[in-house]
Design a binder for this molecule. Structure first.
Ligand code: SF4
Length: 398
């Protein structure tokens, strides 16, 4: 089982062309279909469909309420390490960035989790850079095992692993795996990933399937919007989700909608996706996939998140920190600076000392919605939705 051959045979460029050339009549035909195809999805994300945004929004809103109720699930990312052996041009944690790094000890991870629990969260996403030495399978397993009793849902967003390496993580209590393909454009992918195991596009593309084979029952996928053309990425992630729904049918699939944010390294987006494009994509994904969770993070501004929430979003992070120790200051005494992967004395890099707060690890990117989790929960209530802190009972998915 592999998505790779199916992906390789997808007519993505011609679907993008179809999308760009679609007229209002084609949009109406696609909107009228009870079960739209990938070609219909291309019409729904077309420039012509932008004129139908209100119509798309009403349909997406109604479908989301019908399938999910008036509920927004909240989750918190907990960064356990910002060590990384990859160079990804767009990421603050890239190996060659001279940033302040730390890997939290188990006690420090528990401290961070306890703070998030006191805020109300019960759905945790453990995030780490890819570093086999600092972020080993055993380390991740121990983190999950230490948290599992207190947290009904623990997901991972970490460097891709072999199926056999995923099994102990599932056995320890992890139930979800998130892996962004970053870009589905092979050429852009090669340009963006200049060093490290992440250079292997196909290996990353097959990660959700390996995770599923190991027993993960929640799979999260996404491109990172701002690298290749957003319609190209949207068509690919839709095809990927469709493949996972057909082949990994015991798992719930979620699609995230991250756009590039400022980060260490000061990478500038290669392509533009407007707020309106993002709203249109939320609606089109909902119409194509009535049951798929759509995830919106604090990468987006408070105003935009509030506006997108009723359109089809089902999961949000809130009050997030993207640096290890961000919630409690855990691990600060162990901070070290790296320059091209080598540990150097703190402040030895002009770049880092000029732009970094040397009392905290460097974050992966700057968040845009800086409201606390309680403020976000209050806003969700004011919009007539119920904030749900717990994803679901593990017992229900067994
Ligand atoms: S995107 Fe992931 S793999 Fe790439 S540098 Fe950042 S943390 Fe490392």
């Amino acid at each position: 089982m592999s998505f790779v051959p199916e992906f390789n045979s997808l007519p993505v460029p011609s679907l993008v062309q179809k999308s760009l050339a679609a007229g209002a009549a084609a949009v109406r035909v696609s909107l009228a279909k009870p079960k739209p195809s990938l070609a219909d999805f291309a019409n729904l994300i077309s420039p012509a469909a932008a004129d139908f945004l209100e119509h798309l929004g009403r349909r997406s809103h109604a479908m989301t309420q019908q399938r999910f109720g008036k509920v927004i699930r909240l989750f918190a990312p907990l960064y356990v390490s910002n060590e990384c052996i990859n160079n990804c041009q767009y990421c603050g944690f890239s190996r060659d960035n001279p940033i302040l790094r730390v890997t939290l000890s188990l006690d420090e991870v528990k401290r961070e989790a306890a703070e998030l629990k006191s805020q109300g969260f019960r759905n945790l996403l453990l995030v780490a850079g890819e570093h086999p030495k600092f972020v080993s399978v055993n380390y991740l397993r121990d983190c999950v095992a230490a948290l599992h009793a207190d947290w009904p849902s623990v997901s991972l967003e970490v460097g891709p692993l072999e199926t056999e390496d995923y099994r102990p993580l599932v056995a320890a209590g992890a139930d979800g795996l998130v892996v962004y393909q970053e870009t589905y454009n092979r050429q852009v992918y090669a340009q963006m990933h200049t060093a490290g195991p992440k250079r292997n596009f196909d290996w990353r593309l097959e990660t959700p399937e390996r995770a599923y084979a190991a027993g993960f029952r929640r799979l999260g996928i996404s491109p990172l919007y701002g690298l290749a053309d957003w319609r190209f990425e949207a068509i690919c992630v839709a095809a990927h989700a469709d493949y996972l729904l057909r082949n990994c049918w015991k798992a719930a699939v979620t699609i995230s909608l991250p756009r590039l944010r400022p980060c260490a390294g000061e990478f500038q987006p290669l392509t533009h996706m407007s707020d309106r494009d993002l709203a249109q994509l939320v609606c089109a994904l909902r119409i194509l996939f009535p049951d798929v969770g759509l995830v919106l993070s604090t990468r987006e501004s408070a105003k935009l998140r509030d506006g997108l929430l009723p359109l089809g979003v089902t999961m949000m992070s809130a009050g997030s920190h993207t640096e290890p120790g961000g919630y409690t200051g855990a691990g600060r005494e162990k901070l070290h600076q790296t320059v091209r992967g080598r540990i150097v004395e703190l402040g030895a890099s002009e770049w880092a000392s000029a732009s970094e707060n040397t009392t905290a690890a460097t974050g992966q990117f700057q968040i845009a919605d800086e409201r606390s989790s309680q403020e976000v929960a209050d806003l969700i209530r004011r919009l007539g939705y119920e904030p749900v802190w717990k994803d679901w009972d593990a017992a229900l998915t067994a």
